[in-house]
Design a protein. Structure first.
Lengths: 111, 116
């Protein structure tokens, strides 16, 4: 079992809708979780991070963490075509704070 | 400081040649990571430096790979005797870390290696 798993997708939503991206992790010792956005051919760009159980909001983005269920999610409200990208979920694992990534999920926002 | 910088952005090399990539982290960051990403996959951890010390290497890092971070500033990743399976995007990331805490890691633009 991979340490961080994301539904393979792809996910397609209409413009203005809410996109919901999900991620599970297997290492209960993981404490910090990150969502990165990656456009085709580009490097990952940090969107949000979350350490505590519950919700964390930043503009149109909300990250949710449930440590009991080992579940992390990212909600994108009022989705825009410019949000079309691959979204990578990552957890910090181990002593050296390295990131373990899921495979990513590709989001397409239809105009 | 404009962020993490990687050079070159693209590299095409013939199988069997050696290649070297450079990463300049954000200046105040003490932690530096190298990752490799292939098509359709998330980045995979290769190696980690805290200041100038290389503290962890992945099993993915064969003996053809070597990384350095002299003086705890920029880092280089060298691949000797390249193979077609080395074709990937090589990503560098840096962060500020302290005992008991982490901050977010920022990635450079990556170096895309193609081995022909």
């Amino acid at each position: 079992q991979k340490e961080v798993e994301q539904n393979s997708g792809p996910l397609s939503v209409p413009e203005g809708a809410i996109a919901s991206l999900n991620c599970t992790y297997s290492d209960r010792g993981s404490q910090s979780f990150f969502w990165y956005r990656q456009y085709s051919g580009k490097s990952p760009e940090l969107i949000m991070f979350i350490y505590s159980n519950g919700d964390k909001e930043d503009g149109r983005f909300t990250a949710q963490l449930n440590k009991a269920s080992q579940y992390v999610s990212l909600l994108i409200r009022d989705s825009q075509p410019s949000d079309s990208a691959t979204y990578l979920c990552a957890a910090i694992t181990g002593a050296n704070s390295k990131l373990t990534f899921g495979k990513g999920i590709t989001l397409s926002v239809r105009p | 400081d404009t962020g993490v910088s990687q050079n070159p952005r693209h590299k095409i090399t013939k199988r069997g040649q050696n290649v070297t990539f450079r990463c300049d982290p954000i200046s105040e960051h003490n932690r530096l990571y190298w990752y490799r990403q292939t098509l359709g996959q998330g980045p995979e951890f290769l190696t980690y430096f805290q200041n100038e010390a290389q503290l962890e290497k992945s099993r993915l890092l064969s003996d053809r790979f070597s990384a350095e971070r002299p003086k705890g500033s920029f880092s280089t990743l060298e691949i000797q005797r390249t193979e077609q399976g080395d074709s990937a995007m090589y990503l560098c990331a840096s962060s500020w870390g302290f005992t008991g805490g982490d901050t977010e890691a920022f990635f450079g633009q990556g170096t895309r290696l193609t081995v022909v």
